[in-house]
Design a protein around this ligand. Sequence first.
Ligand SMILES: *Cc1c(COP(=O)(O)O)cnc(C)c1O
Length: 362
Amino acid sequence: MQLDELEKTINQLPRKRIGFYPTPFHKLENLSRTYGINLFLKREDMAGPGAISGSKMRVAEFVIGQALEEGVDTLITQGAYLTNSGMQFSAAARVAGITPILYLTRDEQQHGTLNEYRGNLLLDRLMDVETHYLSAPSNAFKNVKEDKQHVLDAMHARKAELEAEGHNVLIVPTGGALTAGFVGHVMTFKEIIEQARQAGVEPDYIYHTTGTGTALPGMLAAKIMTGSKVKFRSISVSFYQPDFWINEAIIVERVKDILRTFNADIPDDQSILDEIEVDNRFIGENYATPSEESTAAIKEMAKAEGVFLGPVYTGKGFAGLLEHIRTGKVAPNSNVVFLHTGDTANLFEVPGAAGPTSIIDQ
Ligand SMILES: *Cc1c(COP(=O)(O)O)cnc(C)c1O
């Protein structure tokens, strides 16, 4: 299948256009020189509608497109207190005239009590989002079933309340992980390949940070459908493992769902699994706790290129890429694309995002 054919199918699906697409794509000249590779950045962080955005906007466009067709007027979603997804879904819902509601969890032992609106919480507040805070010791990192149930129960209770008042309510799981949304990142892949070709290169690797597994399925399905040779390398911020809420087998099922939407041939599970390479070594101490490598990676990107990565996702993902380059897992002269999935607001949320001396040195 050709790249253009992907778009034809996509254009038939319900979608509310909210972001600014195609997102920019550009070479990082200084880092490319430093590391002897061709390094490009794909800017999902600039997807809009606000200056602070990310990879969930593409997902939201399709989820909300379908929700509008179904007459939904209220969207409830959840996430860790600093959720990028919750912020982007709230923005998208506002654009679509749907009321957003957030259920946010916080591991107070790990991240302290909330005493100030910062980062995405501040942006959620500016959008006047009804926000409920729940204590959840597991945060997004561990697999504590009671914590998950507690959040689900609270969302469903609110949904029932609103339905009794005559509202049509959609619950969107963490990260926007609904089938309708996964097709969004088919377009990310299409744009990357086309923009890379305009720059005169065929990408060898696409690197990205993965958590809830919403960006990879669409990109990987597009790769399979177009027969591209590019390899995906996913640096995780949540441990991908069997029996966990996210793992490679779940990605395979999502890829197959997308292939079905496109009426494309479905390869056997093992050949899809072979395309997935998740590196769990860069999570650090915990989800949303800056690691030394991620802080260094954020600073290196900012200093070399004037681009800002975030401390929860993209700093860790980029730290993974830098390690792969330094250890030869990325061969010299390779064409590498790093997907900047967003996370910018969290620079203004997570203490220590700029290292131990976040207080101005006297
Ligand atoms: C959600 C998110 C991710 C992880 O995305 P998935 O594709 O859902 O695994 C990465 N980076 C940022 C900034 C995010 O908000």
